[in-house]
Design a protein around this ligand. Structure first.
Ligand SMILES: [Zn+2]
Length: 283
């Protein structure tokens, strides 16, 4: 034992000073320190620069649904680690770590509730869980969300956030692209709307599947939306891309999506769309 440790151990125990780290949030947009309480009350949006922080299912449901109306829907059961995959770590260990970090089973959660009194099922993809990657669980959960919406005769709304397909499940994760597409067709056959809200970031196989198949495509401001990253495209076409390339606003200005909507305006806008698209008898 070094002399320093000996001296330290001999000293009377002094409680470590309460850290103030958990009281503050540093904005990823402008670097401003914001009181966590203020950050949460402002829907995880920076009051200085309007940067929209990444949020998971819990926060999303709380922000959107009417108080007391939320019913968390059951998660699907899927075979775990079907390929016995291992890179630098075993896939099962990565899953375990992500579960401990997030308290969620996987990267997707459905809930039923009402927005301004109008019922809908909402599915939220969670970027904090292995980059929101789409494996069998996410595919099954998406389909379960659609089936719940059909059973209740309400629209299905998805909030996407994903790096793409989950490589640890190989072809089985890619198979979720056609499966979710068929599920959306089932929703349409039932005469129900499918709405997409793209959030930061949405890319890869998710962007190439259910993220771009909405009857109405909304995005949160300044979200990064892409199939392939900027670097890959620039090196392929050997051209410099515009600064705002692959952002919500660029997509809206070039006709790929319908709206860019601030987080605080989402409940009112979604309620209006549900009202508008759900009125079958009026037609
Ligand atoms: Zn900021």
């Amino acid at each position: 034992m070094s002399w320093l440790n000996r001296v330290r151990n001999a000293l009377p125990f002094v409680a470590r000073k309460e850290t103030t780290d958990h009281l503050w949030h540093k904005c990823k947009g402008c670097g401003q320190m914001i009181f966590n309480k203020e950050w949460e009350e402002n829907l995880h949006v920076c009051p200085q620069c309007d940067h929209h922080g990444r949020i998971g299912p819990k926060e999303r449901f709380q922000q959107l649904f009417d108080d007391g109306s939320v019913e968390i829907l059951p998660n699907p059961k899927v075979a775990e680690d079907p390929l016995k995959f291992r890179d630098s770590k075993r896939y099962v260990d990565r899953l375990k770590a992500a579960r401990t970090d997030t308290g969620e089973q996987d990267a997707y959660q459905n809930a039923y509730g009402t927005i301004a009194g109008r019922g809908c099922v909402i599915g939220v993809q969670n970027f904090a869980f292995m980059g929101g990657s789409m494996g069998q669980f996410v595919g099954e959960a998406f389909i379960a969300g659609v089936e719940a919406a059909i059973a209740r005769g309400v629209p299905y709304i998805v909030f996407t956030a994903s790096g793409g397909a989950r490589m640890q499940e190989g072809i089985l994760s890619l198979m979720q692209m056609p499966r979710t597409t068929v599920a959306i067709e089932m929703l349409h056959d039932a005469g129900l709307p499918y709405l997409v809200v793209l959030t930061d970031p949405t890319s890869g196989g998710v962007m190439a599947a259910y993220a771009m198949l909405g009857d109405v495509q909304i995005a949160e401001p300044k979200a990064t939306l892409a199939f392939t990253g900027r670097r890959v495209i620039e090196s392929t076409i050997r051209e410099k891309l515009p600064e705002d390339f692959q952002t919500s606003e660029y997509y809206r200005d070039h006709g790929l999506i319908d709206r860019v909507t601030h987080r605080r305006d989402l409940p009112a806008e979604l309620a209006q769309l549900i009202e508008f698209l759900g009125r079958k008898e009026a037609a």
